[in-house]
Ligand binder design. Sequence first.
Ligand code: 13P
Length: 252
Amino acid sequence: MKKMMVAGNWKMNMLRYQAKDLTQDILSGLVDVKDDIDIVLAPPFTALDVVSGLIGNSRVMLAAQNVFWEDRGAFTGEISPAMLVDAGCKWVIIGHSERRGILGETDTVVRKKIKASLSDGLNVIVCVGETLQEREVGKTIKIVQSQVESALMDLELDDPQRFVIAYEPVWAIGTGENATPKEAEDVHVTIREITGSIFAQDSELIRIIYGGSVNGDNIDELLHMENIDGALIGGAGLDADSFVKIVKIAGE
Ligand code: 13P
């Protein structure tokens, strides 16, 4: 059965001592949360070991926020999928709009990272989403379609539950202005049609989660939509109470 997913993307926040405090607070808030929801924390690279040590064998899973596509070698500053697995990661976020927009990541780069990660045992959350400018000229569906099709090109999925697509409209990230449930659902339906055309009924197990100014007040409505299978949380994930509240609502 498909489980809901709530993932906290901490972005470039949290020194190690802060990561420790936040993780401890989240873990103690989660003690009475039901098991049928996947909870993922994505701290910065420098705090992966701190968070990994604290979550241990708990139900919370560790994610990295980025990865390189080669196994090893002369790639100064990069980190391979095998290194992330070694650091305790089960998941990796790939193609976040901040990486696409600020660091110049292309669809081709995103695809290479997805393939390398899946084949080295990491599960993938790939992010897609249109900018404000693209939305304003009515290109939302076109942009998301091409990002998703590119991410899925020649992809073989041994287990569809290892692959999550996060729809994160860029204009909704960190702005306090989230897509309405209906707006998000419309895009999720398009994504579901694409995954369906490629993976047939297996595609039902691919989770499509929403991200962009999600908080404890708007999560409930969003998750009532048929094709919204969870959320990728930025700002609200840096506060243990808010994050736990979102997880609890998602688990209801
Ligand atoms: P906010 O929740 O801060 O809008 O960030 C969303 C996001 O980018 C998660 O990856």
